[in-house]
Write a protein that binds this ligand. Sequence first.
Ligand SMILES: NC(=O)c1ccc[n+]([C@@H]2O[C@H](COP(=O)([O-])OP(=O)(O)OC[C@H]3O[C@@H](n4cnc5c(N)ncnc54)[C@H](OP(=O)(O)O)[C@@H]3O)[C@@H](O)[C@H]2O)c1
Length: 279
Amino acid sequence: MPYDSPVGLAVVTGASSGIGTEYAATLARRGWDLVLVARRADRLDALAGRLREETGAAVEPMVADLARSSDLARVAERVAADDVALLVNNAGINGYGPFTEVDPALLAKVIDVNVVAPTVLTRAALPGMVARGRGAVVNVASLLAFAGALPPAPLPHRAVYGGTKGYMVTFTRTLAAELAATPVRVQVVCPGLTATEFHLGTGEAPVTGEARVHDEGGMPPADVVAASLAALESREVVCVPGLSDPGPLARLADEELAVRDGSGAALAPRYRTPERSRE
Ligand SMILES: NC(=O)c1ccc[n+]([C@@H]2O[C@H](COP(=O)([O-])OP(=O)(O)OC[C@H]3O[C@@H](n4cnc5c(N)ncnc54)[C@H](OP(=O)(O)O)[C@@H]3O)[C@@H](O)[C@H]2O)c1
């Protein structure tokens, strides 16, 4: 399925700013119609109006808080409809802070928005896509999915966020294997630091005021989206927009297989105590 041509309707979550706004704008310019999901109605309405005017696309704003189960169910129902050809699970929050100090309710919300919502929406979208023999799901993760080997500084305070993004990577890769025999594509995109509003708050409440970009720099969101849509064309399952040499991804996959293949039913020698050796 060519992602450059008008092929139907795309649902983009987290479309009210940053990477999600760029997915919406890029897809509309390429001829897609859109359903735009986020909490801030004013932003969605303004974006929908602009894209209708600039591109002629049909754009449906859908105000929803993906951390609320009733809203999520409403979006899932929309995503399951026959006209949806592309789902972009982009909405995400960071909940950064020292793990022992962050409000547990915020950590639960990070998991709800970053893990539960994309899983529920993917589950809603895929049966119809598989039955129709066309469609794609893009999950926006992060380079922090690969944070487990990082030293404590300069990136502490991201354990739950990194965990949610690690989930998205393993979820998407495993799902891709499950769907390999179908024409339906799934992708996980892992941006590094991107110039959006993402670091202006923890995500507990929407960023207020006009759109503004954080001061830390980072990749323009349009480049993240260009990489993701190009990777859909080339059927790359794990898309890392800033990674020039994809070799490490292949080696990572090889090492994962080595961990699995090297692990058997017998207790590894380094864990054997004299007591366990006698049994
Ligand atoms: N910026 C980075 O450096 C970076 C790097 C790697 C990965 N990412 C990932 O990229 C994705 C997009 O982030 P961004 O950088 O574009 O940040 P952003 O500008 O803060 O955008 C986040 C989007 O998610 C929406 N959202 C947040 N909570 C929501 C909720 N409860 N229900 C519905 N929508 C919600 C926000 O809309 P409302 O506030 O209007 O609801 C907004 O549209 C996220 O998954 C993030 O983890 C970002």
